[in-house]
Ligand binder design. Sequence first.
Ligand code: PRP
Length: 183
Amino acid sequence: MKITTAENDIQEILYSEETIKARVVELAKQLSVDYNGLDPLFVCVLKGASFFYADLCRLMSCRIFMDFIAVSSYESNAKSTGVVRIIKDLDKNITGKHVLIVEDIIDTGLTLAYLKDLLGARKPASVKTISLLQKDIPRPREIHPDYLGFRMGSQFVVGYGLDYSDYYRNLPYIGILKPETYS
Ligand code: PRP
């Protein structure tokens, strides 16, 4: 029987499990200082950010609240339009709360820009953003997350929550797919 493993489809590991862990520890330390005493609400943008979010939250030393939002971007000819549909909204009102939106990757930046505007309009005390990855590419509207894990190239990456056709999210590292996997 041929055994198919996700690892066989990976060409190169870009960020190892250890490298990711070390950076998430640093980010959590910084956030624990910055949000100490503020009881912030950390918002996970499903599904891609789920691994980063879980690791980040469990490393926080100050009190936090947790909530989840799921969005889907409308695409036209496989290009993101910047219009985002809410599939699952937050459970609770965020008025007066210190909100941190937790993303896995900024590609075009349209999702994070949309979410920042959306949640910002609900009158939180503050709304900031963190992304594990940001692609170093030109974008129509530049976006600067308040906290960033790694600035990367323009490669298509999977693992640690990131997917290709919903596969590979469970890889413990972030890697580049072999071209033949998606051609
Ligand atoms: C991915 C990723 C970000 C968004 C970034 O989500 O998790 O949310 O795309 O792209 P952008 O900067 O071009 O807007 P996706 O819509 O693929 O859903 P998923 O998180 O469920 O994988």
